[in-house]
Design a binder for this molecule. Sequence first.
Ligand code: PAF
Length: 289
Amino acid sequence: MLGAGAIGCLFASYLQRAGCTVTLLHRPGTPERTLRLELADTTTTLQLQQATVADCAPIEHLLITTKAYDVREALRSAQQKLQPDAPVVILANGMGLQEEAREDFPTLPVYCATTTQGAHRVDAGRIRHAGKGATFVGGAGTVLPPPWFAPWKMGVEDCHWDADIDSALWHKLAINCAINPLTAVHGCVNGELAEQPGLAAQVAGLCREISQVSYAAGYTATAQRIAQTAMDVIRATASNQSSMLQDVEAGRQTEINYITGYLLKVADAHGIPAPMNAALYAKVNSLGN
Ligand code: PAF
């Protein structure tokens, strides 16, 4: 696997528990790490085998859990050891990643995953599983779960094969478009988007545009539900800082190009104006990350 963030480590532990040999690929010179994983009922120590791409065995299955903007480079970095038919699963925010991977590696079977599992890093060596959620995996035109999915099904709670993964990814993207950039620009926790009338009106405006783009792109269920779903997620995660706000506060690059940026590309392709989303996209980019 590539990407040792909180979600990556959580999935590494699930897959290891299901009997997979998981190796965390890291850059040369990175110190070996033992991670303490705080699950709801136990604290376990996650002993991950670690190696550089140069030192590792041939890669038969690759899980990428990096930030969206690092996925392309991560995949390229593994190229020398990647077996020609190795399934690659990208578990990252946003959309457009599968297309980029196909541009670089047209014959590689690339799949995507999306999860509502919550995990965060408490400190350098500790990861806390903050909330249970569902995980959907699919892609590469594969309707039925392929054999490699068996340990996912076994080790990851509430994990499902999704023959229409693009709709699941789009639905998550739509929610992220309605919440993340606004919280990043206003420096507020999610709940304020419901509490402050001015911000709630902006969420509604963004959702109207997102709904029109969703209809045009054929994501009807999202088009019909996004306004209500966005408010439900805002209330359910009221005290959370969105991942984009966390990135801005930590001085990291944001994933805006793969979230609102992707929405705007789809809007453009269908000739749908999305001025509120475009303005927020420009504002987040001007935050300098
Ligand atoms: O990206 C995030 O932070 C989350 O997906 C969510 C729920 C939209 C905001 O906390």
